[in-house]
Every structure is written in C-alpha cells, then in structure tokens.
Write a protein that binds this ligand. Sequence first.
Ligand code: NCD
Ligand code: ZN
Ligand code: ZN
Length: 342
Amino acid sequence: MQKLTITRPDDWHLHLRDGAALKAVLPFTVRQFARAIIMPNLKPPIRSVADAACYRDRILAAIPEGQQFEPLMTLYLTDNTSPDEILRAKESQFIKAVKYYPAGATTNSDSGVTDILKCDRIFEAMQQVDMPLLLHGEVTDNDVDTFDREKVFIERHLIPFKQRFPNLRVVLEHITTSDAVQYVLSANTIAATITPQHLLFNRNALFKGGLRPHFYCLPILKREEHRQALLQAATSGNPKFFLGTDSAPHTRTSKESSCGCAGCFSALHALELYAEAFESVKALDKLEAFASFYGPDFYQLPRNTERITLSKTTWRVPDEVPFMESGLVPLGAGQEMTWQMV
Ligand SMILES: NC(=O)N[C@@H](CC(=O)O)C(=O)O
Ligand SMILES: [Zn+2]
Ligand SMILES: [Zn+2]
C-alpha cells in the first residue's frame, strides 16, 4: 500500500499548555486533527466554567489564519469542585468532560483529588447529567512500585468506583498495561485512550545505552508484553479503544534535568506514529475507526467528514522543533518513519 486516505481524525487527549507554548504547539495539532479534548492541568488548573471559557478563547485565538479546529474543553476536578459547577459545565456545551488527577500523580496534579471517596456528590451530578469522567488512573502511594500504579488504581479505586456509579461514562486515559485492557473489556460504560508511545515502545526505550528522558512519561512505559496487549486492543476494532496522543510538551531543559518532567511530545507526527504501530501488525485497515470513529461515537459527537491522506515516504523525525527558550524534542527524534501525512 502506498497511500492511505482516512476520515480526518480527532485527538481525545491533548496538552496544549498556554501562552507562547500554546502558540508554538497548536499548529501541529491543527494540521492533523479536527478536534481535541484539551487537558486542564495548567498552572493554575482550569477549575471552573469561566476558566475554561477564557482558555478556549486563547486557543481559538492561536489557531493559524484560515484553518479549522475545535477545542473540546475539560474541567479539572478538585476536592472542592461543586456539583453546581458540573451542571453549569453541562449547560456550557463546550465542556465535554471532567478530568480526575489523583493529587501528585503527574505533571501539575497538585490540586488534584486527595481521596476519590470525597467526590461522590460530584460524581452523582456527573452521572445525572451524563458528563464523562476522564481518569489519570494511577495510585500515588510511595509503597506501590511505579510500574504497578495503574494496575493497583484499577483494583483499589476503579472497580469499587464503577460499582458505585455504574452509569457514569468513564475514559481510562493513556492505558499502559494488559490489566487495563482486560478491565476495560470486562466493564460497562468505560473506554480507554492509547498513546503512540505506549504502542511503539516498551520500557527498554528509557534505558537504551543510557538514560533517555524523552521517553519518560506517565504512566511510565511498561514491559513488552503490555505493549503487545495495547497493540492488540488498538487494532482489534473494538470501539472501547480510541486515539488520544497525550502529547505533552516540555522544554528540552526541563526534561534533560536531574528531576526531569514527565511527558512525550507527539503532536508533530502523531498520525504517522500510529500508522507505524498499526502497520507493524498488518492492521492499517483498522486505523481509521480507531483514529476517527470510536472517539466521536463515545463522546456522542458527529464524525468528521473531511479526509486526509498518508503516503508511504521515508523521512526522519527532526531532533528538535522551536519551542520556548530551549526547544522541544519530538517522540522518537532522529528515527526513520515510513509514513507521512500529505
Ligand atoms: N503524560 C505525562 O507524562 N504528562 C502530562 C500529564 C499526564 O497526562 O499525566 C503532562 O501534562 O505533561
Ligand atoms: Zn495523565
Ligand atoms: Zn495527559
């Protein structure tokens, strides 16, 4: 196959940041995707409908002249979010989900939820108005091994949670383990996003010939058997699994540090990365539904009608793209790719 034409996809998990960073990265996403679910973990986080409205305006203002893009906004859940804010969010129309970060689990999650049991009134409101809940599904307990934090979150928190709120629609974000795949398959009203890094790399990538901070994201890359389970899920044609890049830009200096930030930047070449992953298991025919159909179906939004084309061309991922004061290193910098968006 030399060309692959599919419906224009959407990114169901994206970090755009703000200010100059937003202006630098947004054009990459706009080139590939029609819409994206915008993560609210700014400093300070997007906690109210008013915050989300202002942030949405800043995103709209940063869209390059003459191009189309629809930011789908989210609210950052805290211990103090009120059920009324959920009702207002639903009425706003432009807020499509509420994001749950366990406090301290990942980048800018300090104001996240300290105990999932404290938020039952909010979850009741969400279930009532059918507002989806997006989960960063990791426990933060120091006595739980970093590589087990997703699995333990599912066992300790998600399974009991889903029993309390069976009708609340949930997305388990950026899944990284076969345990997550199994759980999502077994439960109702739950879907999952899968990133390009978790489909293409296992944890060896973090240590190849030395410490590789640009492969460090959360949840952290896992063993090969988990990567295989994710690849199988993504290419299975099951609508519970759809595209969410988790493209999370950090400056080169903040990643190449004695305490480097978590996050991989993939907005530059997200579709190409997914195409490589799908082709590796001869499943390119499953890419369109994963990238362009199952996400809007879950969010009850219309599928896009425009089409985009990838062509079989060899090219090299640049070492860096311009970003803030120290540049931005894309996922797989320097590696050869065999698909390119036209
Ligand atoms: N995935 C990451 O490693 N980082 C994300 C936060 C997140 O999605 O957990 C970020 O905002 O940098
Ligand atoms: Zn996360
Ligand atoms: Zn993320």
